[in-house]
Design a protein around this ligand. Structure first.
Ligand SMILES: [Zn+2]
Length: 303
């Protein structure tokens, strides 16, 4: 009896030590190397934050790689990053319905937050199915170059208040980002004005801002399986649309049913090409590089 009791106390002791050690070394992924710890909600907000923060910030995302942001649900472990961060950058417009809850739960008095979509004018959604999923406005604001620039300005202002000593550095990065996004938009507005085709067929409707800027119309394959199952009737309609408009390329996305896009392309006699909605990660390229790559691919498809 005595022995068992003693063993029990020892087990408790080990457990307590483990729990306390755990408290001191919570695994959040921040490397604590002197850079400012920043949390971005997902890939697109991370790219914009990194464009301004450069090597002065370490940006981790809440939504893990390979998860479609629209389908993410917050878990307790995700709060830990916010407890260590100085800034939380998120998109808003329904992309992160968990954001307010996460900020509250983190209970971090040093944490500043910025809802990027408050700094732009959003495009209203008209499709009832889209409104049901996303709310009144299209959340894919980062796909607009001018919107990204306005959001970068908001990130710059927040970073300057978190770290006044790096004021000039953030200012310089912002000016460069603004110049690059302006130039990219101007260059491709010129190029698209001569393109014979205007219909952009893609996985999900993430391109309203981009299409508005370049005089294009988006048609999304996701419409075909809004209720979970691809509708054969809708796929036939999409294929007919593609044929009628001589669509040469159906764009596919990593996280949105590439198989359906493939099927559509085959029945429409089109080819497929990947496109980047900045909802999945690409560590090797910057925001501007990724958008330039997208625009070049789309331009080619419109010839
Ligand atoms: Zn999306």
């Amino acid at each position: 009896m005595n022995y068992i009791k003693k063993a029990g106390v020892m087990v408790m002791g080990v457990l307590m030590t483990a729990i306390m050690a755990g408290c001191g070394t919570v695994e959040t992924g921040f490397s604590h190397d002197g850079r400012i710890p920043v949390v971005a909600s997902f890939e697109a907000t991370k790219e914009i934050t990194e464009a301004i923060g450069g090597n002065k910030v370490e940006v981790l995302t809440v939504i893990p790689e390979g998860t479609e942001p629209h389908e993410f649900e917050l878990k307790t472990g995700d709060i830990q990053k916010l407890q260590e961060a100085r800034l939380f950058v998120y998109n808003g417009l329904g992309m992160e319905p968990w954001a307010d809850q996460a900020i509250q739960a983190a209970d971090n008095s040093k944490l500043k937050t910025v809802n990027l979509s408050r700094h732009i004018t959003p495009i209203p959604l008209v499709d009832p199915e889209e409104r049901k999923e996303h709310g009144a406005y299209d959340p894919h604001v980062w796909m607009g170059l001018s919107e990204a620039k306005a959001e970068a300005l908001a990130v710059k202002n927040e970073l300057q208040s978190v770290s006044p000593e790096n004021r000039e550095y953030f200012e310089h990065n912002y000016r460069q980002f603004a110049a690059e996004t302006d130039a990219l938009k101007k260059e491709y507005q010129q190029k698209f004005s001569h393109a014979p085709r205007k219909e952009l067929v893609t996985g999900h409707a993430a391109f309203a801002y981009l299409c508005r800027d370049f005089g294009l119309t988006q048609v999304s394959v996701e419409d075909a399986f809004a209720s979970g199952e691809p509708s054969a009737k809708r796929l036939v309609e999409l294929a007919d649309f593609c044929k009628a408009h001589h669509v040469k390329v159906v764009f596919t996305e990593e996280l949105v049913s590439p198989a359906v896009s493939q099927t559509l392309a085959e029945s429409a006699g089109a080819s497929t090409e990947s496109i980047d909605t900045l909802e999945s990660s690409d560590d090797k390229s910057s925001y501007v590089e990724r958008m330039r790559r997208n625009l070049e691919k789309i331009l080619k498809a419109m010839q």
